[in-house]
Design a binder for this molecule. Structure first.
Ligand SMILES: CC(C)(COP(=O)(O)OP(=O)(O)OC[C@H]1O[C@@H](n2cnc3c(N)ncnc32)[C@H](O)[C@@H]1OP(=O)(O)O)[C@@H](O)C(=O)NCCC(=O)NCCS
Length: 226
């Protein structure tokens, strides 16, 4: 008799300030080898975690296996840095994590009410997230070009030395389908594999807040220079 595959359990949650270092190691290991990904610094990821804008997926063994951030720039919320460890890709983890990040941002930040848009950028040579984004309700908005002297050195250039990609925008249909998925369709598993998904919506702990406050206070200039 065939032995049934053991189900895995994955926790999906905001990355706490105290976990930002671990998240950075994961991001760096993925982005360093991937010329399609805009590498973020440890400080950027820490700031995103402090703002509650960094989201991850952990195995039951507490190993981080996926990361994404929602980064506000002007009136644009960028869903960015979506990366899933190669050992667990094509199981639905990237899709679930992106949904979680979108739901948090839409629920707590209310982008539309504030005249903001949710977007994602994809390198022209990167096919891996395109179907995922369209399935979630993103649509192609426009091509984008980042001048070579602005883009990180690790990113793939075109013949003219610039980084070329596409901007996608999250649509109202995407929002309706996101709501349907959370309210009616999600059954607590990743779907086809039946691996268990647990959303951890615990608000930041007092320890996180204390740590963030200490860090912000330390970075403030002395009162005499204000
Ligand atoms: C893009 C990326 C994050 C997707 O993560 P993922 O966890 O593999 O995503 P999903 O599993 O949700 O979906 C990926 C595919 O697996 C398929 N899939 C999901 N569950 C499956 C299952 N149980 N069995 C078979 N296929 C499955 C999906 O249908 C999807 O197919 P498609 O995209 O070809 O239509 C991942 O490929 C990655 O880390 N890429 C490198 C970094 C990168 O380029 N990031 C994007 C930056 S913009």
């Amino acid at each position: 008799m065939p032995v049934a595959a053991q189900k895995e359990s994955f926790r999906v949650a905001q990355v706490r300030s105290s976990e930002a270092g671990e998240a950075y190691c994961f991001h760096q290991a993925s982005a360093a080898d991937d010329s399609h990904i805009w590498p973020r610094t440890a400080e950027e990821l820490k700031a995103l975690a402090n703002d509650g804008c960094l989201f991850g997926v952990w195995r039951a063994s507490r190993e981080i296996v996926a990361l994404v951030y929602m980064k506000l720039d002007g009136s644009l919320w960028e869903l960015g840095g979506l990366t899933v460890d190669s050992s667990v890709q094509k199981n639905g983890i990237g899709t679930v994590l992106a949904r979680f990040a979108l739901a948090n941002t839409i629920g707590y930040e209310q982008p539309w009410q504030n005249g903001q848009e949710i977007i994602a950028h994809v390198h022209e040579a990167n096919q891996s997230p395109r179907n995922l984004l369209v399935r979630l309700g993103f649509e192609h908005a426009k091509p984008v070009e980042v001048p070579g002297d602005v883009a990180p050195a690790s990113m793939k250039r075109n013949a003219a030395g610039n980084v070329i990609g596409d901007r996608f925008r999250f649509t109202p249909d995407g929002l309706r389908s996101l709501s349907r998925w959370f309210n009616d369709e999600f059954d607590g598993t990743l779907g086809r594999t039946s691996d268990v998904v647990e959303f951890d919506l615990t608000p930041a702990t007092i320890e996180d807040i204390k740590e963030a406050l200490a860090e912000i206070a330390q970075a403030m200039p002395p009162a005499s220079t204000l």
